[in-house]
Design a protein around this ligand. Sequence first.
Ligand code: SF4
Length: 468
Amino acid sequence: MADSSDSPKEACGVFGVRDPQQPAAHLTYLGLFALQHRGQESAGMAVSDGGKITIDKDMGLVSAIFDEYRLQALPGTMAIGHTRYATTGASAWRNAQPVARHAGGTFFALGHNGNLVNTAELAGDRPDADLDSDSDVVAALIADALTADPQIADGDGALIAALAAVLPRLQGAFSFVIMDETRLIGARDAHGFRPLFLGQCDTGGWVLASETPALNVVSARVIREIDPGEAVVIDDEGVHSFQFAPPQSRALCSFEFVYIARPDGTLGGVGVHAARRRMGRALARQKPVDADMVMPIPDSSIPGAQGYAAESGIEYGDGLIKNRYIGRTFIAPSQKLRDNAVRIKFNAIEDNVVGKRLVVVEDSIVRATTLRATMRLLRDAGAAEIHLRVLSAPYRWSCFYGLDTSDRSKLVAATMSIEQIRDHLGADSLAYLELDQMLTAISPEPGGFCTACMTGDYPVPIPGMLTT
Ligand code: SF4
């Protein structure tokens, strides 16, 4: 859960529920609230009362968009929801999700976490002016399938047949929640880049969510992860599954463990908090340093800093306090204040840092703008030495699977040596966790993770990209 602009922005969060015993809009509100860290630009939900689907979406945070009055206007016991950070398409209302289409007698809505890499090929030369994002293109393809093929258009299972035709054509990262008036569907790409979980409520209802805390918040227990290449269909009869594509070698985003996912969740059977602590311990073994205090850049680096402190025996302490109420789009009323944005986000605890040799633990360094200002803040507060330790390997390559780092020229580790980055940040020393150590800290079992942003080794090739 990164909170500095130095980290890549969050992915997106998806949620779905089908529970005849409970109001779906209220459960979806809770689920989206638990997934707020994955996308803070817009949020929305589509709710079905069994006969009609109502959609409500807007720019802003979940709690700012939805209130009791608005939720009451969304009756029904089945819903999907989405929190968005723009990775393709502009940050604008028209790109808020769920997206919806009416085609061939079927009305459906769709929420997407991830990023496709063959969007241009899929879009072809369509004249459709509404295709702003890869999610729009997928919705258009499903609509095409619902109308173009009479065998698909007919019958109760039209949407399932359309998905079986469209999903195998998609390349890249996707975890979808999709619904028509009566069915809830979850689907995950064949590499499993982004997480997607199935849970069940005490009432017997079913839930889909990007992360396990979103299941916990609606009192659903985790049943399992959706498998790579699998779609699950939830209807009156329960949960059905079909494999729309053969699973490929698993490529779960390793950065989910570094900072994207909530620390109170599990992914691939691994507790995220414990994994981050192990990264911190590994970093302390790999790059020890004489110091007086280990401190995190709050909040996502806290478990890693705790791990570093435990392994090194150096006291753990807080050197920075973060304003927890700062949204991604806070308003700074003047240029001077905007230039000083880091002080709006963080403040130093002077008593804790003055005269001290600090080990400052950060989850990742992507653009380094905020981190540079944060280092200055600690110096101004009287830190004697700053030894920066990073819980991941250098982020040198763009992510095309759902994070907003497609402009490689903005990635500090792509353009500077480690020594240049240290100098740029004004740290006394700088060390990154070695990639193999990072992966071992996540899981002792080898393989299974995407590491493309650190290695340039893309599990799904990026059309037109030269990686050397
Ligand atoms: S490139 Fe990096 S951020 Fe993107 S999916 Fe792979 S590991 Fe995650």
